[in-house]
Design a protein around this ligand. Structure first.
Ligand code: PLP
Length: 389
């Protein structure tokens, strides 16, 4: 393992050995009793993770983008209206998906790094009638954390179905579908859920399912159509089998292991750990004199950090130097500021040791780029946070 780089990007993340062992176990048939039990349990645990007691979970082979596609395809009919609370690249993407299914889309789009105020969103809601409103919980291109609780309440008040892209948040940030009135939320296996890429996890509230059942037109995507998947999910949860498309057997076994670990840790404890780790990383970055993309601390995600490069240092120089020091980080993603910042993912089974390794590698990279700072600056700032918490 000595030549292995620590993977600290916003997905895929580092995976727990027990999860990887489940991935590597001999593949069973999708009708095997052991698989039926694991899939059924994984569905139940998915519902618990999304905090949606009467929600309908879907676990589908595909990526997070399939979650986005599924939510939009099943809830939107041609001519419907949609409001996108857009905090970056993935807001643009869900806007494109909504348009593909025939929606007329309005964006509330502040500058990169900003979160629109509730007043701005309310103004947009008042100016039209919206079938759906979408919010990206953590936009991975900016590291901006949306205030789902208050935004969802606004969306509901104006009669919109609320869709939350939780791909960079679920299992790292608190997302309480029941308490906050979220109608559909989804994530992908490779982010805070802690399973290799290949699964989309989605939960639909009873209200969302009722809206789907009241559609006048067929769903515009054959693969994503809940008509096809609903009987399958219901069957496995009842510990029976049903077929529409072959489930990703090994990934589902791995998912059930990871969800077991997540619920064993406890959601509250897990969210607190992500906050502690995020504070330590951000304290280290600030101590080195680097800014961050989110304009204020209260809108900064706890699953990732988006530091701005110091003046005179480029990603082309810094990121390879950090890799050389043993840690893989990600470059910028938001088209407006792509070359101005980089991204550190810190979700899932991330530890204090990973934080220190990451900050140490960033210090090594900065030193290699000729940046002037006292060695150990970031490490001691992070240690201070850990000592206080
Ligand atoms: C990663 C991500 C996606 C897309 O997920 P893929 O698995 O890459 O398709 C969508 N939304 C957000 C917020 C993400 O972080």
């Amino acid at each position: 393992m000595k030549n292995r780089s620590l993977l600290m990007i916003p997905g895929p993340i580092e995976f727990d050995p027990a999860v990887l062992a489940a991935m590597g176990a001999p593949t069973t048939g999708h009708l095997a009793p052991s698989f039926i039990e694991a899939f059924g349990q994984a569905l139940e645990r998915t519902r618990t993770l999304f905090q949606c007691k009467d929600g309908q979970p879907f676990v589908l082979a595909g990526t997070g983008t399939l979650g986005m596609d599924t939510a939009c395809a099943n809830l939107v009919e041609p001519g419907d209206t949609a409001l996108v609370v857009n905090t970056g690249y993935f807001g643009d993407r869900i806007g494109s998906i909504l348009e593909r299914y025939g929606a007329q889309v309005t964006h509330v789009r502040p500058a990169a790094g900003a979160h629109p105020s509730l007043e701005e969103v309310e103004k947009a809601l008042k100016a039209g009638t919206y079938r759906v409103m979408t919010i990206t919980h953590v936009d991975t291109s900016t590291g901006v954390l949306a205030d789902i609780k208050n935004l969802a309440a606004l969306g509901r008040r104006y009669g919109a179905l609320v869709i939350v892209d939780g791909v960079c948040s679920v299992a790292g940030e608190n997302l309480n579908m029941d308490a906050w009135g979220v109608d559909v939320a989804f994530t992908a296996s490779q982010k805070a859920v802690g399973v290799p890429p290949g699964l989309a996890l989605l939960v639909a509230s009873p209200k969302a399912l009722a809206a789907f059942k009241a559609r006048k037109t067929p769903v515009g995507s054959y693969y994503a159509d809940w008509t096809n998947w609903l009987p399958v999910m219901q069957a496995y949860e009842a510990r029976k089998s049903a077929y529409f498309g072959t489930p990703a057997v090994n990934l589902v076994f791995a998912l059930n292991v990871s969800l077991g670990q997540i619920l064993q840790e406890g959601l509250e404890a897990r969210f607190s750990r992500h906050i502690r780790i995020s504070r330590a990383i951000k304290a280290g970055i600030s101590a080195l004199g680097m800014g961050q993309v989110p304009l204020t601390d209260d809108i900064a995600a706890h699953t990732m950090t988006a530091p701005r490069y110091p003046a005179g240092i480029s990603g082309a120089d810094l990121l390879p130097a950090v890799t050389k020091a043993g840690v893989t980080l990600a470059g910028g993603l938001h088209p407006d500021i792509k070359n101005e910042y980089f991204r550190i993912g810190h979700m899932g089974a991330v530890t204090q040791g990973d934080v220190l390794a990451t900050l140490g590698a960033i210090e090594s990279g900065l030193a290699a780029c000729g940046y002037s700072f006292a060695a150990g600056t970031a490490l001691s700032a992070a240690m201070k946070v850990f000592a206080e918490n």
